[in-house]
Structures are given as C-alpha cells and as structure tokens.
Design a protein around this ligand. Structure first.
Ligand code: NG6
Ligand code: CA
Length: 520
C-alpha cells in the first residue's frame, strides 16, 4: 500500500518536473528562450494521407520524420469538418458556431471581431512576433473591400504582425496575394475588382470559354478563368498581381523562411497555412508524377516538400530545439471538390481517411479526425498518442506553455492540453464537440451525432445530398446516432436505440455547450 503510494508520489513528482521543464525555459527573463511556435496547417488533408498513417501511392518522408521523432496523434481533431470554422476555432479558442462561422465567399468581411482575444494577440502580449503565411479564408475588410487600397481590418487587427495571404481559397477569386493587407504587385492603372454576383470585365469565364480551362469544373467553379483555372466568383483587372498556382509552394516557403530569419533572435509564432491539398490541384512541375495518384497525390508530395523546407530551415538556423512545431489539417479529405483532376480515378488502394468513415463536410469521424504531429526535438519524446484533443485547445495549451493566465473572456472552449500535446500525459479530453452541418459529441468511447432538425425526408436530402454527390458519407440522419468507437471505430453500427439514456445525456450536454463556453 505504502509502496504504491510512494510510486504514485514519485511518478507525480517526475510528471510535474517534466512539465516545469517545458515551462522553465519560458520563465527565463531572456526573451529568446521562449519557445517559438510553428503551426503548419494543411488543407483538406485526411488522416490516412501521410506515410506514417498508412498512405499508399505517395511518400511523405519529411512529415514522417517529424512523426517518428515527435508525437503522432491518432485522435486529435480540427473543430469542424470545413475550413473557415476550423480556422476560426484554432485562432480564437472558441467553437465556430458561437460566431456562426461558415465557409466564406472570397469577398466576405473579416469574421473575427477585432476585439476578440486571439491566439496571436495573446502571444504578442507575451513578446512574440507573429505571422500568417498562406490561406486565410477568414474574411477581410468591412464588407465592401476595395482591393486597390489597404484592406482593413485584416490579420493585423487580429494579432498578426506580418501577413502574406491567399485571401480566401485557391478556388475563389481574388487570385492575388495580399501582403500586409495590400495586394502584391498591383498596378493602379488596372484596378482589381471582384464580384460574387455577376460577371464583371472581360476576362474569360469557364461557362463561356470552357476550352481555355486546364481542368473541367462544376458550375460553381466555372466563373473567371485565371491561369487556365476557372474559379468561384468573378474578377477583372489587376492582371499584374494574378498569382500562378504552381508557384504557391515556393512563395509560401520563401515568405515563411524570411519571417523566421527576421525574427530568429526573439520568440515568434508562424501560422503557415498551405493551399495544398485543396482544389484546384495544380502542383509545380517539379512534383508532377511524384505520386501514383495523379495531381492529388502530387500535391501531397509538394506539401511534404514545403514542410521539409521549413523544418530544415529551423534546424539550419539552430532554432529547432527551441521551436514547437504542430503539423495538422483543417478538415477531412475530399476527392472531387469541383474540378475533374482524376483524384477519384487514380486513387488506387489509398485510403485518404484511413479506417475512419466520412470525409470533408461529414459528421462521421473522418470529418474532423486529423493527421496531427507535434515535433520538438529534445523536449518531447517520440511516441504515438491516442489522447483525444481538439485544435481549439491550442490556445489554452500555448498560454500555459508560456505562463499566460487566461482571463474570463479568452478562449471560451479551449482546454489546457499542454501535457497531452507535449507527451507528458495520455489523458485527453473527456468530452469534445465536433461541428459539421450538425453537432457530434465525443465522450469516452462514445460518439453521438445529433439528428437533423427537420421532419421532411426531402429537406434531409437537400441538406446533405450534395455531400453524397461528392462520394462522401455525410453522417446525417433524422434519427439520433450513437457509435461505440472502441468496438466500432469506423462507425458502422448505430446503437442509439439500445442506449436511450446515454443519447439523452449526450444531447443535453450539447445543449449545455451551446449555452456557454465549455471552459467555464
Ligand atoms: C465549397 C466549394 C468547395 C470548397 C469549399 C471550401 C462549391 C460547390 N464548393 O463551397 O469547392 O471551396 O467550399 O473548402 O462551391 S474549405 O476547405 O475551404 O472549407
Ligand atoms: Ca479545408
């Protein structure tokens, strides 16, 4: 008995001292000792799309190296099954439904209220220089953006000292980079205009000149053609500023390295958000044929290369041992998301979501269960972790890492998972919300999916039919769904009817979460 108690005490002491080891450095007065934070955010990358998680047909040596020398998580989640909501949660520590975050148009206003506490603002307060490089998709300006002037509010007003943006998505106009809230290389003689309602200017569109396209596209992706790719939305002018999709990897790596280099002598936070492997998939010719899966696989190879470039650069500058790198993705995988790029035809035996059911947009696990690796040489040890946690937790976890005490309005849904993220604990969350077109709740071994709020079969089909058309199982039903993930990780057998009380409890827990921040 005493022996056991002693063991517990020794273990606790060891555990606490490991944790304080992680923090000790951040307490030192020399600012440069605070760990740098790099979040590498892939787009639409599924759990099974990386080598260490079983990818077939594409190699990801750089990402695998991070996983082998860091922690590879099997039950880590983005907050939602689509991009904008996940990014909103990552940066605010708040569930996306609290601000009604949905996939945004390319001319949507800034979604994050400038008075909302954000992860980059919290880090700034603690002496960090902060940057976002890559896909933004959180809106810009106040609703009527003039792309020819400084665009405000934007990343600066939510806490980023430096920004280099793909403003919305690769498939949406405007197809220009925005650096520190100004369109890059814009010629004022040729003003840039954007419309999501009607054709403007005389740039060919996919519906008028389909012969100009490199890839066939569905009607939503068939508007203005830029660089041989028809996009969502219309655009005219600004020709000198138009991006070349094939240059994304080099541009994003270049801008990331420049930011790291400029700030190497002080703590920094880099949020590097790739376009890859979102549509349109148009990798640089260096990566064509690098996979057996056509453009989708080649985009994975390209994204892996970018990851290697940035991580190796940290090493080259001697920063790697003082930098925590989180590699993850914003939502589950999708094959045909609007363009015919042969992702379906060339898939072979590869399973983008691994053993999980569903994909992007889906309420099933593949919607939010993300490939997730945390890498911090010499501070964290190599392992696999099955702990449950969400990207919404990064805010509170990084706050703890640098000894920032959260106040009552900060990060209302963010739980401190620092010990989990750094591998000192395998005890993740007890409960976690997953957002999609409905709500799901994880609790212990259970996964509950809230029924859709309609009684008409027709409305159900119109609500989720479009997801089915993409070959993805939406996971929506008029009935409650309950799965035991311990026995049925692929969510094949709905056991809601046998567990009425549990279903009721989980539904009421969702109601509680809806009412107020889960941290309080
Ligand atoms: C959808 C687009 C899809 C993709 C998605 C956003 C249509 C029919 N589909 O509306 O192609 O752009 O938005 O993807 O327009 S995400 O990863 O940014 O959430
Ligand atoms: Ca996405």
């Amino acid at each position: 008995m005493y022996k056991q108690l002693l063991q517990v005490l020794i273990f606790s002491f060891f555990f606490i001292s490991c944790k304080s080891e992680v923090r000790k450095e951040s307490n030192q007065i020399i600012n440069s000792k605070k760990p740098n934070i790099v979040i590498i955010y892939a787009d639409d990358l599924g759990f099974g799309d990386i080598g260490v998680n079983g990818a077939i047909g594409v190699a990801t040596p750089n990402i695998d190296k991070l996983a082998k020398n860091g922690i590879n998580f099997t039950d880590s989640h983005c907050s939602a099954a689509t991009c904008t909501p996940s990014r909103y949660s990552l940066l605010t520590g708040s569930y996306a439904f609290r601000n009604d975050a949905q996939i945004l148009a390319g001319d949507a206003p800034l979604l994050i209220d400038v008075n909302t506490p954000t992860l980059p603002k919290m880090l700034q307060k603690n002496g960090y220089k902060t940057a976002v490089v890559g896909k933004w998709h959180l809106g810009l300006g106040n609703g009527t953006v003039d792309w020819n002037k400084e665009i405000s509010p934007g990343p600066k007003q939510v806490g980023f000292d430096y920004s280099f943006l793909i403003p919305a998505t690769g498939d949406r106009v405007p197809t220009v980079y925005v650096e520190n809230q100004n369109v890059v290389k814009l010629n004022i003689e040729d003003p840039l205009r954007v419309s999501y309602t009607e054709k403007i200017g005389d740039v060919p569109t996919g519906y008028e000149n389909p012969e100009f396209r490199k890839q066939k596209a569905d009607p939503q992706h068939n508007k203005t053609i830029i660089n041989g790719i028809s996009r969502i939305g219309h655009m005219s002018g600004g020709k000198s500023a138009w991006w070349v999709d094939e240059e994304f990897p080099d541009k994003l790596v270049e801008k990331s390295k420049a930011f790291i280099n400029t700030n190497k002598n002080q703590p920094f936070f880099l949020y590097l958000a790739y376009h890859d492997i979102h549509v349109p998939r148009s990798p640089n010719k260096r990566f064509l044929g690098k996979s057996d899966m056509g453009l989708r696989g080649d985009a994975i190879a390209q994204m892996d290369w970018c990851t290697g470039e940035v991580v190796n650069y940290l090493e080259e500058l001697g920063l790697d041992k003082n930098t925590i790198v989180v590699f993850t993705s914003d939502n589950g995988p999708v094959l045909n998301d609007g363009y015919e790029d042969e992702a379906v035809e060339k898939l072979g035996a590869h399973k983008p979501a691994g053993v999980y059911r569903g994909g992007k947009y889906s309420a099933f696990e593949a919607g939010t269960r993300m490939p997730t690796i945390v890498y911090w040489p010499e501070t964290i040890k190599s392992k696999t972790s099955n702990a449950l946690w969400s990207q919404v937790d990064l805010y509170a976890s990084f706050a703890d890492l640098i000894d920032h005490k959260l106040d009552s309005i900060e990060a209302p849904d963010s739980f401190n998972m620092l010990d989990v993220i750094t591998g000192n604990s395998a005890e993740g969350r007890d409960e976690m919300l997953e957002e999609s077109f409905t709500f799901s709740l994880r609790k212990g071994e259970w996964k509950y999916i809230q029924p859709l709020v309609t009684n008409k079969k027709k409305s159900l089909e119109s609500g989720i039919g479009w997801i089915k058309k993409k070959g993805i199982e939406p996971g929506g039903s008029l009935q409650p769904q309950l799965y035991n993930l311990k026995e049925d990780v692929s969510e094949t057998t709905n056991v809601a009817l046998e567990n009425e009380k549990l279903v009721e409890d989980m539904q009421s827990k969702i109601e509680m979460i809806k009412k107020k921040g889960t941290r309080f």
